[in-house]
Design a protein around this ligand. Structure first.
Ligand SMILES: Cc1cc2nc3c(=O)[nH]c(=O)nc-3n(C[C@H](O)[C@H](O)[C@H](O)COP(=O)(O)OP(=O)(O)OC[C@H]3O[C@@H](n4cnc5c(N)ncnc54)[C@H](O)[C@@H]3O)c2cc1C
Ligand code: FES
Length: 252
């Protein structure tokens, strides 16, 4: 399927970092739920690139990506009106939550948390970045959440420290019914541990390398704890990318 890019790609300020693409598609926008992703074909490359849905407004979806390798660089060179070849929305996203949710995003794990915040009535957030120049969506999250804690590794924005410190502080202050997280695996693990210690159920989005995105190639196979406690391999693209924290074999 092909969809028209309606807004130009805008790489963030000096030097690098992120690209933003808005895609017009009533079908995709109507079907998308938080935690799902799009599988985008980048010309010249056989493997599509998985990018989380960052938000939906009317018939349009937004994706936000770090310009990292050849595929995302090609994406960053697309112009308004170009046509993209997109599969999606793919995967199982976050569950529908009642009550108050703590959203935890690290780096390019923040965009799917923004989509969660759009759909939730009551949420707070912890947003973690390496440094101020890599921060994204902080104002937008501030507008959608009741409270937002920003953490940076070097203290150049918000509080100095890692996401887990912010998560523990928020969990100690507020009564939460669920924690949703997306970001580097170590951040997901420490977030899950903090949520478990506080007795709050936690769901995490695992961003494994992907091939087909459809459950056929096993590139994204990841060890998961089955209902009987035994290890089973599941496809992050089809069975995930969102899993219950307890299901993940963190050191497997
Ligand atoms: C479910 C999911 C959602 C994602 N959402 C986002 C997002 O919202 N924003 C964002 O910036 N990034 C996201 N990523 C990571 C993104 O897919 C990679 O950064 C991107 O594919 C790199 O492509 P490239 O051609 O620029 O880099 P290259 O290094 O040239 O990529 C080479 C190959 O490795 C794969 N690959 C490289 N890094 C990753 C990675 N971290 N995860 C998965 N595959 C990778 C690529 O798909 C490609 O097949 C997501 C990954 C997954 C699995
Ligand atoms: S990417 Fe092919 S099975 Fe998941």
């Amino acid at each position: 399927m092909e969809y028209i890019i309606n807004a130009p790609v805008t790489a963030a300020s000096a030097g690098l970092v992120y690209g933003v693409i808005t895609i017009e598609s009533p079908e995709l926008a109507g079907a998308a739920s938080p935690g799902q992703f799009l599988h985008i074909r980048c010309e010249g490359y056989q493997l599509r690139r998985p990018i989380s849905i960052a938000g939906v407004a009317g018939d349009r979806l937004t994706v936000i990506y770090e310009i990292k390798g050849k595929g995302t660089r090609w994406l960053s060179q697309r112009k308004a009106g170009d046509v993209l070849d997109v599969l999606g929305p793919l995967g199982h996203g976050f569950p529908e939550a009642r009550g108050k949710v703590l959203l935890v995003g690290g780096g390019v794990g923040v965009p799917p948390m923004h989509f969660c915040a759009q759909r939730l009535e009551d949420c707070d957030a912890v947003l973690a970045f390496r440094s101020k120049d890599r921060a994204l969506l902080t104002e937008e999250m501030g507008a959608l959440c009741k409270a937002v804690t920003v953490m940076t590794d070097d203290g150049s924005l918000g509080e100095k420290g890692f996401a887990a410190q912010g998560v523990s502080a928020m969990l100690a202050q507020g009564r939460y019914d669920a924690v949703f997280a997306c970001g580097p695996k170590i951040m997901l693990k420490t977030t899950f541990e903090a949520a478990r210690a506080a007795g709050v159920p936690c769901w995490v989005s695992l961003e494994e390398r992907m091939g087909c995105g459809l459950g056929a190639c096993l590139t994204c196979a990841t060890p998961i704890r089955g209902a009987d406690g035994q290890k089973v391999m599941k496809e992050a693209c089809k069975d995930g990318p969102v899993f219950r924290g307890e299901e993940v074999i963190w050191d497997g």
